[in-house]
Write a protein that binds this ligand. Structure first.
Ligand SMILES: [Zn+2]
Length: 123
């Protein structure tokens, strides 16, 4: 199994994984249903969204929360402050990371399965 890193990079930059046109602007908690350029369905049915949840969780658990641990270890925050900050971050960050997580998931999915792009990839 090969992985197309160019598709992941394209999707992470906010471009369509298939045609590389910019996806239309939307709030961070939303993703357009389809690419306006090529019609690639971006919100696939059947639990496809679970992949973006994994990316969202990973970005927070392995990106944001370790920063709080470092802040505690450096004495910048008490454990109690870090716990409340982690709770607040856990409640708010997923909304703001949703679009990025979804784009990373699209890039991951189509990076491993470029044949699913329906022949619109420019490879
Ligand atoms: Zn497209």
């Amino acid at each position: 199994m090969s992985f197309r890193a160019d598709i992941l990079a394209r999707a992470a930059r906010g471009l369509c994984p298939a045609c590389a046109r910019p996806l239309p602007p939307s709030p961070p908690w939303d993703i357009p249903p389809a690419c306006p350029g090529c019609g690639l369905v971006l919100r696939r049915p059947g639990g496809f969204f679970l992949g973006s949840l994994v990316w969202n969780y990973g970005l927070i658990a392995f990106g944001a929360l370790p920063l709080l641990l470092v802040a505690v270890l450096l004495g910048w925050l008490t454990g109690r402050q870090a716990a409340w900050t982690a709770l607040a971050a856990g409640m708010t960050l997923p909304w703001f990371l949703h679009r990025l997580a979804w784009r990373l998931w699209l890039g991951t999915f189509y990076g491993f399965l470029p044949g699913q792009l329906g022949g619109v990839s420019d490879d």
